[in-house]
Design a protein around this ligand. Structure first.
Ligand SMILES: Nc1nc2c(ncn2[C@@H]2O[C@H](COP(=O)(O)OP(=O)(O)OP(=O)(O)O)[C@@H](O)[C@H]2O)c(=O)[nH]1
Ligand SMILES: [Mg+2]
Length: 397
C-alpha cells in the first residue's frame, strides 16, 4: 500500500508521520513523490509504523505513475463534467469504460467514480420475472409515465448474452422502442459475462453513472435465472417481481425465494382473456403472502395487477412504490439499506479483484506452472500446493 494512501485512511498528516520516524517532513514528502528512496533503516521504521502494509515496493516507480495519472486525470475530469452537463455521448462512453475489464479502464473508472457524489433522491428499482412475462414492456410503460411526471429514467437491461464473445446480443431486442428514443430516458443493455448467472459485475458502477447524470429512477431488469435476483436485490431500493396470470391454484414455477424478496408482486398481462385468471392469481398470491415472511423486516409486500401492454394499473403501482419509499425514508431503513449495500459491495469488489489477480497474475506465472508440475508428479499434494501458491503470492497482492 502506498504511504500516501495509508496516511489518508488514518487521517494522519505527513508531519505527524515524519515525527514518528524521527525525520523531517521534507524528507517524507520526497519519499512519497518518488524523488528519494528510503534507506533500509527508514523502511524498517515505516513498516513497523504501518502494520507492515507499506513496504519497499510501494516506493518504486512513483514518479512514472504520476505522469500517467495527470494525463488520465485530465481526461476523466472532462468526461465527468460532460456527463454532468447532460451529454448522452459521454455518458455512453463512461458506461462502456465502466464495463470494460481492461486494467487501464479499471483505473480510469476508479478515478471517475471518485468524482461522483451520491444523488440523494434517486430511486433504484429492480425488476425480475420469467422470460416473456413482460418486464421490458412494463418498464417502457412505467418509464413513459414517469417521464410524463417530469422525471428522468434510466434502464439497465441485463443481457443473457453470449458468454463466449462477452458482448451484448440483446441490442434492438430490448423492446423498449418508445422509451429508448425519448430524450429523458437512457436504455442500456448490459452484457453479463456469466457473472452470478446473469447480473453484470459492473451494474452498480453503471447505476452511479446514471445518478451522476441526474437520472431520477434507475431500473435494473434481470432475466430471472440463477442467482441474478438476489444480486440485483442487493443493489436496489425497491424490488418488483412480475408474474403471469395462471390457471388458479398453482403458484407458478417461480421460486419461493424470489417471492420473499419482493416488495410488490405484479400480475402482468391482466387483459383480454387473461383478465379473470389474473384476478385469481392475485388472490392466490395475496393468500401466499400472508404465510411468507419478507426478507426485509419493515416490508409488508403487496400484490397488484396491471397490463403493461395497455398501460393499465401503472399509476397504481407507482403510487405504491412511492408509499414504500416515503415510509422507509421516515424510519431511515431506506438510507440504512443503502449503507449496508455499500458495505457488502466493498467486500464483493475485494473478492472480485483477488479473483482477477489469481486469473491474470498468478495462473500463468512460471512458479505456478512449476508447482502444478510437481503436484502432477505426485511430489506435492494438492493442499500443500494451494498453500504454497497463496504464501508465495499474497505478499505481492
Ligand atoms: N397481452 C399482454 N401481452 C404483454 C403484456 N406485456 C408484455 N406482453 C407481451 O409479452 C411478450 C414479452 O414481453 P417482454 O416485455 O419482452 O417480456 P420480458 O419479460 O422483458 O422478456 P425477456 O426480456 O425476454 O425476459 C411481448 O410479446 C409483449 O408484447 C401485457 O400486459 N399484456
Ligand atoms: Mg426484456
Amino acid at each position: 500500500m502506498k504511504l500516501k494512501e495509508y496516511l489518508k485512511v488514518y487521517n494522519l498528516t505527513s508531519k505527524e508521520f515524519a515525527k514518528k520516524l524521527d525525520i523531517s517532513v521534507v524528507t517524507i514528502s520526497r519519499y512519497m513523490s518518488g524523488e528519494r528512496f528510503p534507506s533500509k533503516n527508514i523502511l524498517k521504521k515505516i513498516s513497523k509504523n504501518t502494520e507492515g502494509f507499506v513496504t519497499a515496493d510501494d516506493f518504486k516507480n512513483l514518479d512514472k505513475e504520476k505522469v500517467l495519472e495527470i494525463k488520465d486525470k485530465h481526461e476523466i475530469d472532462k468526461l465527468a463534467q460532460q456527463i454532468k452537463n447532460g451529454s448522452r455521448r459521454d455518458l455512453a462512453k463512461a458506461i462502456t469504460m465502466v464495463e470494460s475489464f481492461l486494467y487501464e479502464d479499471k483505473q480510469k473508472t476508479e478515478e471517475l467514480i471518485s468524482k461522483f457524489k451520491e444523488k440523494k433522491n434517486s430511486l433504484r428499482i429492480g425488476i425480475t420475472g420469467v422470460p416473456g412475462v413482460g418486464k421490458s414492456t412494463f418498464i417502457e410503460a412505467l418509464g413513459l409515465y414517469l417521464i410524463h411526471l417530469g422525471l428522468k429514467v434510466a434502464v439497465i437491461a441485463i443481457d443473457p448474452s453470449s458468454q463466449v464473445s462477452g458482448g451484448s446480443i440483446m441490442g434492438d431486442k430490448t423492446r423498449m422502442e418508445k422509451l429508448s428514443i425519448n430524450p429523458n430516458a437512457f436504455v442500456r443493455p448490459s452484457p453479463n459475462r456469466g457473472h452470478l448467472g446473469g447480473v453484470s459485475r459492473k451494474t452498480r458502477e453503471s447505476i452511479m453513472c446514471f445518478e451522476y447524470a441526474d437520472y431520477d429512477v434507475i431500473f435494473v431488469e434481470t432475466m430471472g435465472v440463477g442467482q441474478a435476483e438476489t444480486s440485483v436485490y442487493n443493489m436496489v431500493d425497491i424490488f418488483l417481481v412480475l408474474l403471469l396470470p395462471s390457471g388458479g391454484d398453482d403458484l407458478q414455477g417461480i421460486k419461493k425465494g424470489i417471492i420473499e424478496l419482493a416488495d410488490i408482486l405484479i400480475i402482468n398481462k391482466s387483459d383480454t382473456m387473461l383478465k379473470e385468471a389474473a384476478e385469481n392469481t392475485l388472490i392466490d398470491y395475496k393468500n401466499a403472502l400472508s404465510i411468507i415472511q419478507s426478507v426485509r423486516e419493515d416490508v409488508n409486500p403487496c400484490v397488484l395487477k396491471c397490463s403493461a401492454l395497455n398501460k393499465e394499473g401503472i399509476k397504481e403501482i407507482w403510487d405504491q412504490i412511492k408509499v414504500f419509499e416515503r415510509n422507509r425514508k421516515k424510519t431511515r431503513s431506506f438510507q440504512n439499506n443503502r449503507i449496508s449495500q455499500n458495505n457488502n459491495w466493498m467486500w464483493e469488489l475485494l473478492y472480485q479483484n483477488v479473483n482477477d489477480y489469481i486469473e491474470n497474475e498468478i495462473k500463468g506465472k512460471k512458479l505456478s506452472i512449476e508447482i502444478k508440475k510437481k503436484m502432477n508428479e505426485k511430489k506435492l499434494n494438492v493442499v500443500k500446493a494451494a498453500n504454497l501458491l497463496l504464501t508465495s503470492f499474497i505478499k505481492k497482492i
